[in-house]
Design a protein around this ligand. Structure first.
Ligand code: FE2
Length: 266
């Protein structure tokens, strides 16, 4: 089984490269399931119903979120009606939507995608570690592929989380910093791991936003409007491969490999 995770899609340039490149990548690499983080896909801040539908139409099966999930008001009413659009599971009880989605991949394998958010240098949500424990305990036994998007600021919290769930899920991918880390590996008990997948969007700005305004903000500290950057658009992803009938751990498919994939428009 081959699963693609696309790192944080930022604004129109991020959506554009997904539209141009995803379908071809899915067919050449024979990908069974596509997951992406979409919390910055609306001009860098949040996601709208129209943009979520646009991204699904490009071949993304599940969209995860994070601290920017609620930036666009219209998503609050939409999210409960679109289970493929996730927000972190450890958000306060009563938040719209859900942090887990279960479906069937193109190869017939039942899967679950879980989205949690870290707490270091971020809002004080519920404990993502214990929230994950209870979600995993609630998954049906025939769900054999499980991927977690751990949306967090610090490398240490994501690395600790990877070890915590090693052997209990197929993959943990970090998102949120928009900078790809070079530490992808399969942990000893079979969980594919990367601290951050990086960003799908323009790389000639500051984590996707126009660099002039951001540099000015660091100099004068004044309130400012940030626009999406332009130029050097990349689509940063990881491709996770599992054995179809290989060793299973607690009913879950183990990862065989995790590989970084970086596509560019040029
Ligand atoms: Fe984020």
């Amino acid at each position: 089984m081959r699963v693609l995770f696309i790192g944080d899609i930022v604004g129109a340039p991020g959506r554009e490269i997904v539209r141009e490149r995803l379908a071809d990548l899915v067919s050449t690499k024979q990908i069974d399931l596509v997951i992406a983080n979409g919390e910055n896909s609306a001009a860098g801040f949040g996601i709208t119903p129209r943009i979520a539908e646009e991204l699904f139409s490009y071949g993304i099966d599940v969209l995860s979120g994070g601290n920017h999930s609620w930036d666009k008001r219209e998503i609050l009413e939409f999210m409960p009606h679109e289970p493929r659009l996730l927000r972190p599971a450890n958000f306060p009880e009563g938040s719209p939507g859900a942090g887990v989605y279960m479906g069937t991949a193109r190869n017939g394998v039942k899967y679950a995608v879980i989205n949690v958010q870290g707490r270091v240098f971020m809002a004080s949500n519920d404990d993502p570690f214990r929230e994950t424990d209870s979600l995993l305990a609630s998954l049906p036994l025939d769900v054999s592929f499980v991927l977690i998007d751990m949306h967090a600021e610090t490398t240490s919290e994501k690395i600790a989380f990877g070890w915590y769930v090693d052997g209990r899920v197929t993959a943990v991918v970090g998102t949120h910093t928009h900078v790809t880390t070079a530490d992808e590996r399969v942990l000893p008990r079979g969980t594919a791991y990367i601290t951050d997948v990086g960003m799908t969007g323009p790389h000639d700005g500051v984590i996707g936003m126009d660099r002039v305004a951001i540099v000015k903000k660091f100099l004068d500290g004044m309130p400012a409007r940030f626009e999406v950057a332009q130029g050097n658009v990349q689509m940063n992803c990881v491709l996770i491969e599992t054995d179809d009938v290989g060793p299973r751990n607690g009913g879950r498919l183990q990862a065989k490999s995790i590989e970084r994939v970086c596509l560019r428009i040029d």
